[in-house]
Design a protein around this ligand. Sequence first.
Ligand SMILES: Cc1cc2nc3c(=O)[nH]c(=O)nc-3n(C[C@H](O)[C@H](O)[C@H](O)COP(=O)(O)OP(=O)(O)OC[C@H]3O[C@@H](n4cnc5c(N)ncnc54)[C@H](O)[C@@H]3O)c2cc1C
Length: 478
Amino acid sequence: MAVFQSKIAIIGAGISGIAAAKQLSTFSPVVFEASDSIGGVWRHASIRSTKLQTPRCDYEFSDFPWPDRDNSSFPSHIEIVDYLHAYAKHFDVLQFVRFNSKVVELRFVGEPGTLVQFGQERDYGPLLTGSPAWEVAVQTTGCDTIQWYEFEFVVVCIGKYGDIPRIPNLPNDKGPEIFEGKVLHTLDYCKLNPQEASLLLRGKKVAVVGYKKSAIDIAVECAEANKDDQPCNLNVHIDHRRLVSRIIEGYLLWRLPFEKHGLKPDHPFEEDYASCQMAILPENFFSEADHGRIKFKKTSKWWFWEKGLQFDDDSRLEADVVILATGYDGKQKLKAILPQPFSSFLEYVSGVMPLYRSTINPMIPNMAFVGYVETVSNLQAAELRCRWLAQLLANEFKLPSVEKMLEKIAGEVEIMKRATRFYKRHCISTFSINHNDEICEDMGWKPWRKNNWFSEAFSPYTSQDYEEERLETKKSAP
Ligand SMILES: Cc1cc2nc3c(=O)[nH]c(=O)nc-3n(C[C@H](O)[C@H](O)[C@H](O)COP(=O)(O)OP(=O)(O)OC[C@H]3O[C@@H](n4cnc5c(N)ncnc54)[C@H](O)[C@@H]3O)c2cc1C
C-alpha cells in the first residue's frame, strides 16, 4: 500500500532538485536521491579536471553569492558541490533529502478526467487538490523491497546527463566485443580516482571517441599522464556535428588553433551559442596538441577491430584503451520511470520535450520537469523556474489551457529551429531573457529588473537581478 508522506515529491538532488527543494520548502517536500550525496553530475559525471564553464557569478543562486564571486577563475566540480552543499545547509534543505533512494517507477492515480484528450479545450485547475495524483516506487540501496508513496505533485529533476551512458550502435562484429583491449565510457572513467586514472592511461595507446567537453578534458588528462611516451588520439566524430568553441577567448583565437590542427568547424559561431555548445577548453589543450601529445582524427564513421579502431577512410588506429566520450541518454532515464501514455509525450511532435515555461509538460498532469532546458547558466534557469513553480502550486496564478501551452511551446521550438540545426538540445539561450520576462510577469514581478534604463540596455542579467528581496523595490522601477 502506498504511504502518504507529503504533498510533493522531488526526484533527484542535483542543482535542480536542491533548487526545487528550497523554493518548495513551505510544502515540506520529500526529495528522493538515488546516490548517497547531493550534486548530481558535479559528483558523479566529472573528472579531476572538470570545471564550470559558466562564470561563477552567473552560476549562482540569487540569494546565496559565491564566497569569492569576483574571482574570475572557473570553479572546479568539487567547489561547485561545496557551494551547493553550503546553500542546502544554509537554507536547511538537506532535511528533506532521502539519500540512497532511487525512484524506480511512477504510477498515475489521479482523476482520469485530468488526462488530456486531444481536440478538447482543457484547463488544469488548482494542482494541489488534496488527493494523490502519483504513486512513486522507491528502492533503497542494498534493499530488494520497494516502498510505494503517494503524492499530489511530482517534480522530476533527474538530469539530462550522467547515470545512463549513450553507447554508439555499431554493426555486428564491429563492436567492443571484438576489441582485445579495454573499453570504457566517460561514466566509468569518472568513477576512477586520480591514481587509478593515471594507471589506466600511463604508457598506453589511448583513443578517446567524442567531440565535446568531456572528450577534450580526458584527452588532456591522457596527454599529461603520458607526456611524450604515447600521444592520445582524439577521434572527433564529425558527422553533421560540431566541435567545441571558445567564446571567452574570442572568435579568432578560438578558430585559428582548430584550423591549424585540421579541425575547422563546419558551422558558424552563433550556432554554438544557439545550441548551448560553447565549451571552455582546458588551459593546456592546444599546447599539448602542439607538442604532439594529442593527435586528432576527423571521422564520420568508426568501429572496432581486434587491435583498435577502424575508420571509413580505411585507416586503422591501434589502441590499448578506448574511452567512449559519447554522451548520456537522459530521455532513457525518464522513460525508465514514466508509464505510458506519458512517456510517449516526452518528445511530442518535434522531438523536443514540450515544456511550458520550461517546466510543465501540458500532457502530463501534476508533474513538473526542472533541468531539461539548457542555457548559459542552468542553475539560474532552474532557480527561477522553481520559484515560478512554487507560486503556481500555491495557486497564485493558473496555467493557461493545454492548447495555449502547446501553441506557446510550438512557437519556441520554431525559434530554436531557426537558430540552429541542433534545436533538439532544447537550448533557450537566444531567447532566455524574454523567457525570464514572461516568467516574471506570471509571478506578478516586473520583467525589467534593472534600476535604470541604461543598465537595462547595457549590463548583463545575472541571478542577483532575480533576487526575491529586491523585487518589491523593482516594481516601481522603469
Ligand atoms: C561535464 C559537464 C559540464 C557542465 N558544465 C556546465 C556549465 O558550465 N554551466 C552550466 O550551466 N551547466 C553545465 N552542465 C550542465 C549541468 O548538467 C547542469 O548545470 C546541472 O548541474 C544539472 O543539474 P540537475 O540537477 O538538473 O541534474 P543532475 O546533476 O544530473 O542531477 C540529477 C540527480 O538525480 C539523481 N537521480 C537520477 N535518477 C534518479 C532516480 N530514478 N531516483 C532518484 N534520484 C535519481 C542523480 O543521482 C542526480 O543526483 C555541465 C554538465 C556536465 C556533465
